[in-house]
Each structure stands twice: as structure tokens, then as C-alpha cells.
Design a protein around this ligand. Structure first.
Ligand SMILES: NC(=O)C1=CN([C@@H]2O[C@H](COP(=O)(O)OP(=O)(O)OC[C@H]3O[C@@H](n4cnc5c(N)ncnc54)[C@H](OP(=O)(O)O)[C@@H]3O)[C@@H](O)[C@H]2O)C=CC1
Ligand SMILES: CCCCCCCCC/C=C/C=O
Length: 336
């Protein structure tokens, strides 16, 4: 018998999540049935959607998220002992899973696949640049923004898991890239390490005039990770037939009521903008195509990956709150 631990959400979050909203539960795992594998978790992801989807599930629920685990015992010949596997089983240290048919609905259940061939890169990338955030950046940006060389791209949440990849993919495609992030250190990293043309600290600058100075020719593509007034300012400076990929609105995830922002209709109409929201599971059937391209860019040095690593299963809550507060540069991950 294997003793396992998991984090359970027992109270709906009210504003910023509290540690007392969670409980760590210990339990014994049963023996394996045919087709099943036992995974020991090595890496667990903390992401903004853990906050955003909190009220979509009945409580108590097991905290969902992506994880990378290694097969300890197996009753599935496709998954021998030692195989690295990505699942969406959440904040637990051991778990029994089956290769699943995904059910897409309000919130999909179950997802298990072999870690892509990372060609020697860290397995932690399986929850980051070569995982769900990676394909969010890849498909969300390329499919919805349709960037062309020479165009100007703006990305918010630019120093985070998704944003840092979007900006670099835009550079690979020959675009001029402007990022907004929450500290001078993050902005320096974006310009000096990742090759952004300009990075602006949204907590310090007047976004309207700073963006005008950075993009006097206007904005063609906007990858929106944060929403709110900053997005209204950016959308107000878009060129005719500009494209906006709406990925998230983290600026309001902890708000009890949706905040007000300047209306967008005049820009949308007179600039003929295309604004489209998406959820990354739209491209689930193409994730492996994205993984292959992302690994290739990372291996060739065209795409840099950064991780903010917290060590310890017991520190999952701290890592989650730290990410929401902006402590991470790159992908926030927990090493179990
Ligand atoms: N549509 C989809 O399928 C998906 C959407 N997403 C969305 O993408 C966005 C980025 O996710 P991800 O890259 O994983 O997370 P990040 O790694 O970017 O981490 C979150 C970051 O959000 C920033 N942030 C926090 N509060 C605010 C605020 N009030 N205003 C502006 N920025 C803030 C912080 O950076 P800073 O220091 O810059 O403030 C923090 O580091 C989120 O909105 C998420 O919900 C992610 C995956 C899939
Ligand atoms: C079977 C589980 C798939 C879960 C996919 C999670 C997608 C996250 C979408 C995020 C949206 C906003 O942040």
C-alpha cells in the first residue's frame, strides 16, 4: 500500500486565496487495476487558472493542475516503470492514473500523456514551455494574432510563463515586441536576455504615453494576459485591422466584482479590430505539433526558458500565492 497526500480546496476563495481555504489530506492508494499506472510526482505547476476556475467546481475538490510524474508500478505495457508522464491530477505526491480519453466540457477531466521527448532538457518544462503554457503561447499567438514580419506586437504579463514565450516567438517571426511587466528587474530581463525591443513597468509608467513613445507607428497585434484598463489603453493604440488574442485577465482574478475599464467599442469599430478569446484545449489535438516546434526552438537557443522553482510539496500554497503576486520570472513550478 502506498500512502499519498493531496491538497483539497475546502472553501471557495474570497479575494486572495488563503491557506485555510485548503487542507492536506493523507490517504492510502489501492492496488493497481489493469491498464493503470502508479506515478510519483516530481514537478507540480501553479498557474493563474487555478484561481480563475475556483468557483466552477463544487467544493470540496482536489486542487487540479498539471504535473510531471514518473511511473513506479505499472499494469499498462505502454507505460513501463521509469516512464515520465504528464497528467492533470493536481497537487498530489502519488497518484494512480489510466491513459484517458479527454472529456471536453465546462472544465475537462483527465489528461495523461507521455512527457514529450525533451532532448535532455529539464522534465519541469513539461508543465511549462513544453506543456500547457507553451502551447497557449504558441497556438494562441500564432493562430489568433497571425503576426507578419515588421509588425508591432504588444504582450502583457510579459515576464511570465506564457508572456515570455509569446514575446520571443514574435521576435522569431520578425516582429517588433513591446512587453509590459510588473518590475524593473523583469523589464531588464526582457530587454537584455530575451531580446524584447522595449519593456515597460506597468506599475510605474503612464501606459498611454509610454506606449505611444515605444510604438509611435501603432500596435498590430496584442496578446492580452491581464485585461483591465491597461488592455483598454493598448487596444486604443491599435492600427487598422489589428488582432487581439485574449488569453487571460489576471488583473481581476482576485477581485470580488469585475472592475470597470474604458469601453473598447470605438476602437473596435473604427479600427476594424479582431478580438478573440480562447482556451488552449481548443488545439488539444495539435499540442504535440506545438511541443515539437517549442523543443526545437529551445534547443537551437532561439527560445529561452526561465523557471521560478519552489521546493517542497508543503510549499505549494506559498508558490501559488507568490505567482499571483508576481514573484515569478518565467514559469512558476514546484519540485516535490
Ligand atoms: N486562455 C488559456 O487557455 C490560458 C490562459 N492563461 C492565462 O495567461 C495569463 C498568464 O498566465 P501564466 O503565464 O501561466 O502566468 P504568469 O507566469 O504570467 O504568472 C502570473 C503573473 O501575472 C502578473 N500579475 C499578477 N497580478 C497582476 C495584475 N494585477 N496586473 C497585471 N499583471 C499581474 C504577475 O506578473 P507581474 O510582475 O508582471 O505583475 C505574475 O507573475 C493568465 O491570465 C492566465 O489565466 C494561461 C494559460 C492558458
Ligand atoms: C484535462 C485538463 C485540461 C486542462 C487544461 C487547462 C487549460 C487552462 C486554461 C486556462 C485558462 C485561463 O487561465
Amino acid at each position: 500500500m502506498v500512502k499519498a497526500k493531496k491538497w483539497v480546496v475546502k472553501k471557495y476563495f474570497d479575494g486572495v486565496p488563503k491557506k485555510s481555504d485548503f487542507e492536506i489530506v493523507e490517504y492510502e492508494l489501492p492496488s493497481l487495476k489493469d491498464g493503470e499506472i502508479l506515478l510519483k510526482t516530481e514537478w507540480i505547476s501553479v498557474d493563474p487558472y487555478l484561481r480563475a476556475y475556483n468557483k466552477n467546481l463544487p467544493i470540496p475538490y482536489d486542487q487540479f493542475s498539471f504535473q510531471v510524474g514518473v511511473v513506479q508500478e505499472t499494469k499498462n505495457p505502454k507505460y513501463p516503470v521509469g516512464t515520465k508522464v504528464v497528467t492533470h491530477e493536481g497537487w498530489c505526491d502519488y497518484v494512480i492514473v489510466k491513459e484517458t480519453q479527454i472529456e471536453i466540457g465546462q472544465f475537462p477531466k483527465g489528461l495523461t500523456y507521455k512527457l514529450p521527448d525533451l532532448q535532455g532538457l529539464s522534465p519541469s518544462l513539461g508543465v511549462g514551455a513544453v506543456g500547457m503554457p507553451g502551447v497557449t503561447a504558441y497556438f494562441g499567438f500564432l493562430e489568433l494574432c497571425q503576426p507578419k514580419a515588421g509588425e508591432t506586437v504588444v504582450v502583457t504579463g510579459a515576464a511570465g510563463a506564457v508572456g515570455s514565450l509569446v514575446g520571443q516567438i514574435a521576435k522569431i517571426k520578425g516582429c517588433k515586441v513591446i512587453g509590459f511587466a510588473g518590475s524593473d528587474e523583469k523589464c531588464q530581463w526582457l530587454e537584455k536576455e530575451l531580446g524584447f525591443d522595449k519593456a515597460l513597468n506597468y506599475k510605474k509608467v503612464d501606459a498611454q504615453s509610454a506606449l505611444k513613445a515605444a510604438a509611435p507607428q501603432g500596435v498590430d497585434c496584442y496578446f492580452d494576459n491581464v485585461g483591465g484598463e491597461l488592455s483598454s489603453v493598448i487596444i486604443g493604440q491599435m492600427n487598422i485591422r489589428g488582432r487581439v488574442a485574449v488569453c487571460g485577465s489576471i488583473s481581476a482574478y482576485n477581485d470580488k466584482q469585475l472592475p470597470k475599464a474604458t469601453i473598447l467599442q470605438p476602437s473596435i469599430v473604427f479600427k476594424e479590430l479582431r478580438i478573440e478569446g480562447f482556451i488552449v484545449w481548443r488545439w488539444l489535438g495539435r499540442w504535440s505539433e506545438g511541443f515539437t516546434q517549442l523543443v526545437s526552438w529551445i534547443k537551437s537557443g532561439q527560445l529561452k526558458t526561465a523557471e521560478h522553482t519552489t521546493v517542497g510539496f508543503d510549499k505549494l500554497f506559498d508558490a501559488f500565492i507568490g505567482m499571483l503576486a508576481g514573484e515569478n520570472t518565467g514559469k512558476a513550478v514546484v519540485q516535490v
